[in-house]
Ligand binder design. Structure first.
Ligand code: EAX
Length: 330
């Protein structure tokens, strides 16, 4: 395989020479491809742009990030495979499929693990989050920084879901994540793992009854067009990550790696700010688009029904590590 990234000689330098600019010849601009699953105006797009701008700023334009929104480079699982292979340079992905590559991210996918946004962000930005990022290179990936998708809520086209009983028998699309699938089986739903790019059509054609995603995704993917009921279950926090392919990473000098690490943190902050903004305005928008919204879901009842899944998670991940996240104080 050839180099997965391209070095472009900037023709614009000629213009600089004409104005008498003190340039020691042509400069090179390195272009990296960044893929993500939502539109450029959604929170991933806002974060991607902030990241790209910061990389360009800190590197004085030596690097340019070329954006591939809306699954243009494939679903999240495919993009991560591409990063491992070196055909994709950078990916913003939810943790959904990441556990299939870096199993230590799976602990973050446990339902009702994080109390609120402040708790989740503090854990991921602290030592626990860093320990997980440190696992990535052993699995052929670089974890630059945690970013955010948001707390996930349930939508469906069959009935209002207020308590666990209501979920029984619903065919629900889940991410390709066995921690999530186990939770939905335990709740009595029929979990159907599916890549995000197939989801809208599957909902439209009633291949599945429902799905779950954060408000900013439900808004941006226009799921109100194909789903009637929204239940604010907040059943799981959905972290996201800036992931880089090890090939361009290893080819960069250490000082440039530091630029990418810092820029990913800037991108994450911008993304989180946009999640906050849409969390505040999105419900009204979804109501206006015709959804029936249940804001008073009995979350405690859902947690109770999940007891057998929690027993299993404790076996898999260790109760001490789960409690370390639950009880984390920055
Ligand atoms: O990362 O697959 C999903 O439901 C994700 O939440 C979505 O692609 C955004």
């Amino acid at each position: 395989m050839g180099k997965p990234w391209r070095t472009v000689t900037a023709v614009a330098m000629l213009a600089v020479a004409w104005t008498g600019g003190a340039t020691g010849g042509a400069t090179a601009e390195t272009v990296f491809k960044l893929g993500y699953s939502l539109g450029p105006k959604a929170h991933y797009g806002i974060g991607a742009q902030a990241f790209g701008d910061e990389v360009a700023r800190q590197s004085n334009g030596r690097y340019r990030i070329e954006m591939f929104p809306n699954n243009a480079l494939g679903g999240e699982r495919e993009m991560i495979e591409g990063a491992q292979l070196g055909t994709v340079d950078l990916v913003i992905s939810s943790t959904g499929p990441v556990g299939n590559f870096v199993p230590s991210t799976l602990i973050t996918d446990i339902p009702f693990l994080f109390r609120d946004y402040a708790h989740a962000r503090a854990v991921l930005d602290g030592p626990i989050g860093q320990e997980i990022l440190d696992e990535f290179p052993a699995h052929g990936l670089i974890g630059l920084a945690w970013c955010e998708n948001g707390f996930r809520h349930l939508t469906n086209s069959v009935r209002a879901v207020h308590e666990p009983e209501d979920i029984k028998g619903l065919k629900l699309r889940t991410m390709q994540n066995d921690v999530h699938m186990e939770a939905f089986s335990t709740l009595g739903a029929l979990p159907t793992p599916m890549a995000f790019p197939e989801l809208f059509t599957s909902l439209q054609q009633h291949t599945v009854d429902g799905q779950e995603n954060p408000i900013p995704v439900i808004v941006s993917a226009k799921f109100a067009q194909v789903q009637k009921y929204l239940s604010l279950t907040g059943h799981v926090y959905s972290p996201a990550l800036f992931i880089m392919s090890p090939y361009p990473w290893e080819a960069m000098p250490t000082a440039d790696r530091a630029i990418f690490l810092a820029a990913a943190k800037v991108g994450a902050q911008a993304m989180r700010a946009e999640v906050n903004r849409v969390e505040d305005s999105g419900i009204a928008q979804l109501r206006a688009a015709g959804m029936t919204v249940d804001t008073e879901v009995d979350k405690a009842a859902f947690q109770k029904v999940l007891a057998p899944a929690y027993t299993d998670y404790a076996k898999r991940f260790g109760q001490a590590d789960i409690d370390r996240i639950r009880n984390y104080r920055p």
